[in-house]
Structures are given as C-alpha cells and as structure tokens.
Design a protein around this ligand. Structure first.
Ligand code: 2RA
Length: 340
C-alpha cells in the first residue's frame, strides 16, 4: 500500500521536477494528482511514463490525501496549504512562507531528519531555500567533526531560481546580442543578465543584505546550529540551471584539508570531485539533472587559525527544491506515516 500524493503547482519548473523525481525514485504512489491554477487546468504534465492532466487547485478537496508537495508562491501557499493541512494531508511546502515559523520544521534530510517528528503541530513541513539546502549538506559533517563557528558564502545563482520568465529573459537577451533585429529593449529589465552578473536576489532589507542573503543566514541557523555566524553575498549569474557557491568556513577545532575531503567524501548527498588539475572540479552545467551536491576546491584558509575553503555546486531545481521535498516525503513515510 502506498500514498495518495498531490503536487501543487505542477506546471512550474519545480512542480514538474517533483513529478519527475517521484517517478525516478519510485516513491510508493497509490494515487497522484497534479494541481494548478484554474487557467492552467487540463495542462498535460509527465509523471514517469504517464501523462497527467492538471486539476483545479481552487476546487480540490485534500480530504483522504496523504501528502501534498507545494511548489507555488507564498500567496497561493497561504490560501491553500492550511486547507490541505486541516484536511489531514501533510503539506511539504517549497515557498518561504513557513520556513521561519518555530512550530514548523525546516528540513534537509541529510542534516536534521529528526525534525520530521515535529510536523504534527501544524501538519506542515517547510523546504529550505535552494541556496541554503546545498550549503548545509556540506556544512553538517564538518560541523559535527570540528564545530563550525563562522561561514562566509558567495553564491553564483542560476536564473531558473527565479522562474520560467527569467530563463526566457536570459535566452532572449543572449539571442538578441547575436541576431540582428532581435535585440531586447533595455527598458524592459532593470539590469542585463546576459554576459553580466547581478549582486541582487529578492528585495533589499534595512541591514543592506538582500532577503536571499538573510534567508541563507536564518535557515542555516535553524537547520544546522543557531550558534553559527553566517554572512552571505548572493549573486545572479547567466546560467540556466545550477547554483554554485564559494564557501569559507572557520571551525573551533583545526581540520586539515585532507581530513575534510575524506569526511565530505563519506557524507550523504555529497559527491567530491577535487583534483588540483585542469577540469578537476565541478561546474554548474555538469550538475544539472543530478541528485548530488558536488564539492570541489577543498583547501586550507591559512589567513585564519582554523579555516577551510570549498566550492559547492548543485542543481537548484533538484536538491535546491524538488529533490529535497521528495526526500522529506520519503522520510515522513519511513519514520511517521509508515505506508508503502
Ligand atoms: C532564487 N533562491 O534563486 C531563490 C529562489 N528560488 O531566485
């Protein structure tokens, strides 16, 4: 016996990946429904070798359904997630709406699986921000071994992190640079992303950080350890899929680069590709479609007493969103619902 699963936002980048990953990982599904807005009703989406037609989220009754994977914005989540949760369907939400609620667990299964037992307070579990998820998978084993006290991270985030329109924008701007007559009017965007980088993701806060940077700080503290000091600079780069991060770590105890490499090699969810030679590292194009978070460029930071630098790359639609949500569903099934 398996689960009755709903994917909410099934026509978006993340929703489609959730369906792909549920099928790829052969999640025990008794019944599955793809939900979307009324205007998208009837849109065909793939679930393994089958095709589903989306149903209208607005009129859907979640009663009797086991798990709902939400991949819609905070506004729609705010309207529909409580209804699903109240009907007894456990919500796993990819928006930022519930991540900072003390009564709602924020989970990366390789890092804090035990938090799944806290879901019943509101019948909702939160999925972290994509840039946080890949980073904490790398931080956790090093924190367990040498207690991390400070993290300085710079991100190089692909445009798919902000949705389908951003993918089209990069494509059209790039094409417009080469195809006469297809130039994109500079008035239609704030900053050009093609052949450029933009140090601004989400809104600016009073501190001068952007909300994306604040999310990485707040979520790392909630998922790994509130004592870790984190500072982040989040940058949008002209890459379609795949977030990259340069992570500098200071630990309480000394941890040399070789031991760090061995620890990371043995840790769940990580793939270490780290040779000090041409091509001895991973780039975002190579991580697309993979489940793993890749780690390269592991080396001592000799400017401080106990410092390490590393390069972290992952498919932001997978580990950064859809895969982590499906892994939470697997964890929930294994540890709590115990069907299938
Ligand atoms: C981004 N992390 O990359 C944000 C939301 N997915 O745009």
């Amino acid at each position: 016996m398996g689960y009755k699963i709903a994917v909410v936002g099934a026509t978006g980048n993340v929703g489609r990946e959730m369906l792909n990953i549920l099928a790829e990982r052969q999640f025990p599904v008794d019944e599955i429904v793809a939900l979307a807005s009324r205007k998208s009703q009837g849109t065909e989406v793939s679930f393994g070798d089958t095709t589903l037609k989306t149903k209208d989220l607005d009129t859907f009754d979640f009663t009797g359904w086991d798990i709902a994977l939400f991949a819609v914005g905070s506004t729609a989540t705010k309207e529909y997630a409580p209804k699903a949760a109240a009907s007894g369907c456990v919500v796993i939400d990819n928006s930022s709406l519930y991540r900072y609620d003390p009564d709602i667990p924020l989970i990366v299964p390789e890092v804090n699986p035990q938090a799944v037992h806290d879901y019943s307070k509101k019948n909702i579990i939160a999925n972290p921000n994509c840039s946080t998820a890949q980073m904490v998978v790398a931080l956790k084993p090093l924190h367990d071994r040498a207690k991390i006290k400070r993290v300085v991270v710079s991100t190089y985030q692909s445009v798919s992190g902000s949705g389908k329109d951003a993918i089209d924008e990069l494509w059209n701007q790039t094409k417009g640079m080469y195809v006469p007559g297809q130039e994109v009017d500079p008035k239609v965007y704030t900053k050009q992303i093609a052949f450029n980088v933009i140090p601004h993701i989400d809104v600016f806060m009073d501190s001068g950080d952007t909300k994306e940077e604040w999310k990485m700080i707040a979520e790392t503290k909630k998922i790994v350890d509130p004592s870790i000091k984190v500072t982040a600079t989040c940058v949008r780069v002209p890459v379609f899929v795949g977030h990259s991060e340069s992570i500098n770590i200071e630990t309480e105890e000394f941890l040399d680069e070789d031991e760090a490499r061995d620890i990371l090699r043995e840790s769940p969810g990580l793939m270490v590709i780290d040779k000090r030679e041409d091509g001895g590292y991973v780039t975002p194009i190579e991580c697309v479609g993979d489940f793993a978070t890749f780690i390269s460029r592991i080396r001592q930071d000799v400017t401080v007493e106990n410092g390490l630098n590393l390069w972290c790359v992952s498919d932001n639609l997978r580990k950064g969103a859809a895969l982590n949500a499906v892994q939470i569903a697997e964890l929930l099934g294994r540890e709590v619902l115990k069907k299938g």
